[in-house]
Write a protein that binds this ligand. Structure first.
Ligand code: NAD
Length: 498
């Protein structure tokens, strides 16, 4: 293992620990059994808060509250829904800094490059969907014969939504904004590791929403999450998380023929052509790998496919960029990369890297920090670049969800495309070339829901985002996604007699 990654060790005081009840029917509640789960700061191991461990009864109450609130909310004029979402966005923006600190504290994600931008993204999403309420339009279809045939976009009812811990505020905001702007009500289940900042977001929502329109339950996936999926009161499942649990969600939804949206895992390829401006592209590849979130991103461009003619020189550039990342206290301004979210995730990343080494891969830079150094005791893993990797190995095929980038050379364009598509995932992909013909040919051939050409940063409101293959079903972040995923189309046919 070799690395010269610098560290930021000045510890910044995290927010004080507190109990955060959940939101059911407009009231903040510890839940029927008053049982609590600790939330820890992965950078220090300290408990930073507690949230209720919701059970089936709590979920039933939350779904009932959402069902009771639905008739009035669906009847709310669109402009009022827009006003409310806009007011929530204003409140979140005003409280962005403490929310970003809280989010860094529970996730280990660095505040400057990751959690502040995440809160800003949540605000932008709330505003975007506030701006789309007038666009929930139907169509008039000319059928002749005196018939007036038109369609209406109608809300579905109670949306059951489940989110993961890696970008919880952004994912909560997009689901809340899509569901509520289209006239649905909602029960949102937070992730075990990162419920606190989402509860903070919910507090801003609750100040502006009628009781029951948004309900937020906390707790374990196999208890509260499973109870939500089983609930007869929900009309739609909106799930973001692993492919494994997505499969369970879909099976549960199939029982009652519920519509589902699934935003699942990925192992996204980044294809680098030989004409690339190597230094700029190295920066883009490092950004696309989402090292600032420890690679714990579904869209991380974690399979780096580089033309053989520039393989060595390009990897040198990437190595330089990776080694310049500052690893350390998530709350320190200098930090680019904080800690992994929990011990399980940490062990998983270590296991993948060690397994890759046993298979014969070489660590170009990264690996575990010096155990005797300042990062040795926490859940820190250095940003890691590996080469000498066969595309059939686990580290090249499975989603590591950690700061591990594997590099593989290719010779022919077609070979690169086939390698990129040889995956059961199909979420994001990145193409790096100045040759517009090659770029578009490759982008069109890639099996992915989202292909970026010469860009390595995140989703923006308005772009339809989602996966193909086992990366998911449905689209989020866009009006189109909200209409397809959160409304149904009703056809009205009137015989006008004229
Ligand atoms: P996970 O699937 O383990 O958990 C996600 C959520 O599901 C959590 O709230 C959890 O409590 C809940 N859950 C777990 N078991 C459940 C069950 N039996 N029934 C109902 N709910 C249950 O995923 P994770 O480890 O929290 O997140 C990482 C995964 O999420 C990665 O695979 C990542 O790619 C994916 N992800 C995808 C996107 C996307 O947009 N495609 C975005 C972020 C994360």
């Amino acid at each position: 293992m070799s690395t010269t990654s610098t560290t930021a060790t000045r510890r910044v005081a995290p927010p004080a620990a507190a109990d955060s009840p959940m939101l059911v029917g407009g009231r903040w509640t510890p839940g029927a059994l008053d049982r609590w789960l600790d939330v820890s700061n992965p950078a220090t191991g300290e408990v930073v808060g507690r949230t209720p461990r919701a059970d089936e009864t709590d979920v039933r109450h939350a779904v009932a509250a959402a069902a009771a609130a639905f008739p009035a909310w669906r009847a709310t004029v669109p402009a009022e829904r827009a006003r409310v979402l806009g007011a929530i966005a204003d409140d979140v923006e005003a409280a962005a800094e403490p929310m970003a600190r809280l989010l860094s504290t529970e996730t280990g994600n660095a505040i400057r490059p990751q959690t502040r931008p995440e809160i800003a993204s949540a605000v932008a999403l709330l505003r975007y969907f506030a701006g789309t309420v007038g666009e929930h339009k139907g169509e008039t279809v000319p059928l002749g014969g005196g018939l007036l045939n038109y369609t209406l976009r109608e809300p579905l009812g109670v949306v059951g939504a489940i989110i993961p811990w890696n970008a919880p505020v952004q994912l909560a905001a997009v689901k809340i904004a899509m569901a509520l702007s289209t006239g649905n009500t909602m029960v949102l289940k937070t992730a075990e590791d990162a419920p606190l900042a989402v509860l903070e977001l919910s507090r801003h929502c609750a100040r502006h929403l009628p009781p029951g329109v948004l309900n937020v339950v906390t707790g374990l996936g196999e208890e509260a999450g499973a109870a939500l999926l089983r609930s007869d009161g929900i009309a739609k499942v909106s799930f973001t998380g692993s492919t494994r649990v997505g499969r369970l969600a879909m099976a549960e939804a199939a029982r009652r023929i519920l519509p589902v949206s699934l935003e699942l895992g990925g192992k996204s390829p980044a294809i680098v052509f030989p004409d690339a401006d190597e230094d700029d592209v190295a920066a883009g590849v490092v950004a696309g790998m989402r090292f600032t979130r420890n690679g714990q991103s579904c869209t991380a461009g974690s399979r780096l496919l580089v033309h053989e003619s520039i393989f060595d020189s390009f990897l040198d550039r990437v190595r330089t960029r990776v080694e310049a990342l500052v690893v350390g206290d998530p709350l320190a301004e200098a930090t680019d990369m904080g800690t992994l979210v929990n011990r399980t995730q940490f062990d998983k990343v270590v296991d993948y890297v060690e397994g890759g080494q046993r298979d014969g891969a070489e660590i170009v830079t990264g690996g575990l920090p010096d155990p005797a150094g300042p990062l040795g005791q926490g859940l820190y893993h250095l940003p890691t670049l590996m080469r000498g990797v066969d595309p059939s190995w686990r580290i090249a095929r499975e989603e590591i969800f950690g700061p591990v980038l594997v590099a593989i050379p290719w010779t022919e364009e077609q070979e690169a495309i086939e390698m990129a598509n040889d995956s059961h995932f199909g979420l994001a992909a990145y193409v790096w070339t100045h040759d517009i013909g090659k770029a578009l040919r490759t982008a069109h051939a890639l099996e992915a829901g989202w292909v970026q050409v010469n860009r390595g940063t995140g989703q923006l409101p308005g772009m339809s985002y989602g996966g193909v293959k086992q990366s998911g079903i449905g689209r989020e972040f866009s009006l189109e996604g909200a209409l397809e995923g959160f409304t149904s189309r009703k056809t009205i046919t009137v015989d006008t007699g004229v």
